[in-house]
Design a protein around this ligand. Structure first.
Ligand SMILES: O=C(O)C(=O)C[C@]1(C(=O)O)C=C[C@@H](O)C=C1
Length: 103
């Protein structure tokens, strides 16, 4: 590859790396917030999976994502993956809390 192409690619890849960092940081923050929600669910005896809310978030992913040119199948898969991880993390929190309840 020529030097110019190399430089162009390097710049674009640096920008991708930078964006990935943001995406991962935001994902970690989102999952930490889901854990906070889990603590409140524990207090109120609410289940981890909230079908109505999950449906609402899924619809929002599709609406916003499609506006930004993302494919519905990608958005569906992303939501499935995130929701599943969010529920795993919440279940872990609930398990940990239950272990600390006396009796
Ligand atoms: O809103 C909630 O109750 C959450 O726990 C958050 C969240 C999510 O990750 O968006 C996770 C699980 C629920 O099924 C719905 C939504």
């Amino acid at each position: 590859m020529g030097r110019l192409v190399d430089e162009e690619l390097r710049d674009l890849r640096n920008t991708i790396d930078h964006i990935d960092e943001h995406v991962l940081r935001l994902l970690a923050r989102r999952l930490a917030l889901a854990e906070e929600i889990a603590k409140r669910k524990a207090v109120h005896g609410e289940p981890v999976v909230q079908p109505d809310r999950a449906q609402q978030v899924r619809t929002r992913y599709l609406q916003l994502g499609v506006q930004w040119g993302l494919r519905p199948s990608f958005l569906e898969a992303l939501w499935e993956l995130l929701h599943s991880e969010s529920c795993h993390r919440q279940s872990d929190v609930l398990r940990r809390l239950q272990r600390h309840v006396p009796g």
